[in-house]
Design a protein around this ligand. Structure first.
Ligand SMILES: NC(=O)c1ccc[n+]([C@@H]2O[C@H](COP(=O)([O-])OP(=O)(O)OC[C@H]3O[C@@H](n4cnc5c(N)ncnc54)[C@H](OP(=O)(O)O)[C@@H]3O)[C@@H](O)[C@H]2O)c1
Length: 223
């Protein structure tokens, strides 16, 4: 049975990844931040762990409990939008730290400590965003979120080269604009459609195109 890790699985896109992989018969290790979310994930048949991805010691302890080369897919989904401030409105140091630690530091450290936990031929998928693409940026809104996802993209792309000799494949995903707490009710896509598309993209990414940046329909996105 394939074994899949999903971070930030208590709600939104992460919860939908957990639900779909369970429905396909996978073993799912789902992380969340509170007991209620853990109970709901356990009701789906997931193994759970409490993990805040801004906490380095917690990340290290979590990874140490995962057997070497036991994961087929690791989905680094946990993320936050922070205050959606435009460039010319000063960003607070607190918001900067919270968004950068969650969206960049968390996945960066997780990739480092999970590298030998993922099987040869396995995949690490990171939840980025079109807003992390510098090439298609055409306004100054939500600049901190944009910068965090651009940073995440740099980390994941760099990781694809370091992980290649281990046979671990990396894919950088944009889910589209999805109806979740983050995306809001007016978004284009329901979580089920977005996640089904991203699961296909994860499965289709090969060693030859490791490090690619694609959306839920597998269309390439410029960096
Ligand atoms: N929805 C969209 O339209 C959209 C578009 C582009 C990219 N994305 C990306 O897709 C991913 C999932 O987004 P979503 O729409 O599902 O967002 P969401 O509804 O706001 O859910 C965010 C998830 O991340 C978890 N999380 C936040 N901070 C965390 C931390 N420090 N440690 C551990 N978990 C943390 C949350 O856990 P709690 O429940 O404990 O807060 C929650 O499970 C994010 O990386 C997001 O940036 C979403």
């Amino acid at each position: 049975m394939p074994r899949v890790l999903v971070t930030g699985a208590g709600r939104g896109i992460g919860l939908e990844f957990a639900r779909q992989y369970r429905a396909d018969g996978c073993d799912v290790l789902a992380t969340c931040r509170n007991a209620d979310a853990a109970a709901a994930l356990e009701a789906l048949g997931c193994e759970t762990a409490i993990l805040d991805v801004t906490d380095a010691a917690a990340i290290d302890k979590f990874a140490a409990g995962i057997p070497v080369q036991s994961l087929d897919v690791a989905i680094l989904n946990a993320g936050t939008a922070g205050q959606r401030t435009p460039v010319l409105e000063p960003t607070s140091p607190e918001d900067f730290d919270a968004v950068m630690r969650t969206n960049v530091f968390g996945p960066m450290r997780l990739i480092a400590v999970l590298a030998d936990r993922v099987a040869r031929g396995g995949r690490i998928a990171v939840l980025s965003s079109r807003m992390g693409s510098i090439g298609i940026t055409n306004n100054g809104r939500s600049v901190l979120y944009r910068a965090s996802k651009a940073g995440l993209n740099a980390v994941a792309r760099a990781a694809s080269f370091e992980l290649a000799p281990r046979g671990v494949i990396v894919v950088v995903l944009s889910p589209g604009w999805v109806k979740t707490d983050m995306g809001g009710p007016g978004a284009d896509l329901d979580a089920a459609t977005s996640v089904a598309g991203m699961r296909a993209a994860i499965a289709h990414t090969s060693a030859a195109d490791s490090g690619r940046f694609v959306d839920h329909a597998e269309a390439s996105i410029v960096w």
